[in-house]
Design a binder for this molecule. Sequence first.
Ligand code: PLP
Length: 482
Amino acid sequence: MADIKFYSGESFPLEMHKVCIVQKLNLLPIEQRRIAIDEAGNNTFLLKNRDVYLDMLTDSGVNAMSDRQQAAMLVADDSYAGSETFFRLERVIQDIFGTRFFLPAHQGRACENIIAQVFVKPGTVVATNYHFTTTKAHVTLNGGSIEEIYKADALEITSDKPFKGDIDLEKLRALIQRQGAEQIAFVRIEAGTNLIGGQPVSLANMRDVHQLCQKHGIPLVLDASLLADNLYFNKLREPECRDMSLREITRTMAGLCDLIYFSARKLGCARGGGMCMNSEEIYKRIRDKIVLYEGFLTYGGMSVREIEAIAVGLEETMDMDMISQGPQFIRFMVEQLVEKGIPVITPPGGLGCHLDAGAFLPHLSQAQYPAGALAAALYLVSGVRGMERGTLSEQRNADGSERYSDMELLRLALPRRVFTMSQVKYAIDRIVWLYEHRALVGGLRFVEEPELLRFFFGRLAPTSDWQDRLVAQFRTDLGDSL
Ligand SMILES: *Cc1c(COP(=O)(O)O)cnc(C)c1O
């Protein structure tokens, strides 16, 4: 995005694109939203999109495509085997990452399923800067466990540390000592880190981790799903990257890793996924599983139209104008909320704006799912749909007890290039109103609790009549506004 100085002294990001296609949105009156959230079991995953005004649930598969992506979808080559479309994507991947081999999969977790099956044996450990929900589920399903080796400051809500996603090398050394290198299935770097606020990883840290892994013969795996945002921050915050092109940074990173996988629902702004590597041995071990779980090697469960869109989308990821809108809008939102005294994760990261539900609702214990309650409350007062990233998103311990999350967050994703500044301002306005009436917000309890990934379809109920009181207060303050 262009670095524009405004004569007025104001400061806000300026888009380097224009809107070509629009989609109509609905904003229901609060009474109807009250019914909708009740029917959804107070789980924002279960809301119907037609009842949502701003869908800030996720950045997955909902990023705006470019005109060039849309155009490419019309010339896709549909065939089971040997599709020209596939080879186009393969060439782009080889060019961007500099790797020899590419294997397609239908989305990020499909890669994780296969990687876990290939590398994780019962009793082994996957060391990572921070887990992602689906990653952890696949690792544990294969009998492994996750060890998080983030730095001490990674979980500080308020911070000015530029790379909170970095791995703590001392923790990694200690883990290797304790477990023995052969018990570590792989080290996984998630760049950027989804669950701790889209915080980036530095290139320097990746280099150090690579050296340590190399020395002990431990494979290094990069989850590049959120790489676009991470690259933006490398370029902006890391001195050695300032004079490198995005292409150079990407290639340097890739050169440090044995295996790279990504969700193309995020990276490349389409829908799909894939893995790339230089080692023929790793390629062959993974290849056999692709045909079993995903499809033939030249589509891997993806539509060829999406493959075309990914190829163009990945190319466009190498353009600073194309990847800046998300992080810059997020920074605007975070800075506005900080100014109003609202607890959010700082510094601003990628993916979205993360409200600290623990500090927003200090009167709720973690057993009352404060982040889930805040998600339901914000939808109620605004029609904005966020995602709980707290205790609800954890799995219970083996003995059935709650596993309380490190952070209770409400994530408000800003899908790339989707929302306008006035929509972001509307969301800020309603968050400020809710913060001023936070004492009214009560907790949630489970009515129906699935065993695996319970946050997706679990149903909850408010622990009191707090939602009715919130609606009444809204009417008192805002009259007959929607
Ligand atoms: C979204 C995401 C995944 C999973 O990708 P899907 O395409 O949703 O299956 C894995 N890792 C990270 C860091 C993600 O953000």
